[in-house]
Ligand binder design. Structure first.
Ligand code: 13P
Length: 245
């Protein structure tokens, strides 16, 4: 599989933006482009049956159904043809009190129905300054890997998103990303033999810094927030990633 570009729109975007983005990046062959849309827009992709773009939820509940107002189940995502879902984004950990246990439950629910979880991990600034970055991200990763059936772990993609780099315009240097990605892959292999974990980098990725990040041997793709909300710039970003192979 080639490099992966996942666009996380967060609570942004519109139907019009979707049309424009599909037009700009829908034909790209050398990279897989996945759009993680707000839940309210996840039925819109049905209008683009021929695009190469793949679709992701930004969040999902861990149960099949029930009295959980406002929530969306994995089965509902699957019914819409959504193939991926972000799990444990730092904004969910921070603003919606998602714990490692909850992230595991959601990851398992996705894997059971064949939706590929993109599990987000990342340290905050205080943890980085205290020299605890690798410890934090390894804990977050192993909380998931220790709890999923090993045969299904190969379907998990991990996104390293240092909290201090999200929406700040201050991306991690390629060297920092490489160090953390390598550590995550090592931790994964020591937990599940021969697991070839794919690790994306996220946090202020744009068309100007994507190439340098992608040149790192253990950066397998990017998770993009703000820079995915402007179609032409996002296409440039995708081309940089596609050109890195
Ligand atoms: P930015 O690219 O806006 O920093 O957001 C990163 C992110 O959180 C993607 O999930």
């Amino acid at each position: 599989m080639g490099p992966l570009v996942v666009a996380n729109w967060k609570m942004n975007g519109s139907e019009q933006l979707l049309k424009t983005v599909v037009r700009e990046v829908g034909g790209l062959a050398e990279a897989t482009v996945v759009l993680a849309l707000p839940a309210a827009y996840l039925s819109l992709p049905k209008g683009f049956p021929d695009t190469s773009i793949e679709w992701a939820g930004q969040n999902v509940h861990w149960l099949d159904s029930g009295p959980y107002t406002g929530e969306v189940s994995v089965g509902m995502l699957a019914e819409l043809g959504v193939g991926w879902c972000l799990v444990g984004h730092s904004e969910r950990r921070q603003h919606f009190a998602e714990t490692d246990d909850l992230v595991l439950a959601k990851t398992k629910a996705c894997l059971e129905l064949g939706i590929r979880p993109i599990v987000c991990v990342g340290e905050n600034l205080q943890e980085r300054k205290a020299g605890k970055a690798l410890e934090v991200v390894s804990r977050q990763l192993l909380a998931v890997l220790n709890g999923v059936p090993s045969a299904l772990a190969q379907w998990i993609v991990v996104a390293y998103e240092p909290v201090w780099a999200i929406g700040t315009g201050e991306e991690a240097s390629p060297e920092i990303a490489q160090e953390v990605h390598e550590a995550l892959k090592r931790a994964a292999r020591s937990n599940i033999k021969a697991l070839e974990l794919r690790v994306l980098y996220g946090g202020s990725v744009n068309a100007d810094n994507a190439s340098a990040l992608m040149r790192m041997p253990d950066v397998d793709g990017v998770l993009v927030g703000g820079a995915s909300l402007e179609a032409v710039g996002f296409r440039r970003l995708c081309e940089q990633v596609a050109g890195s192979v």
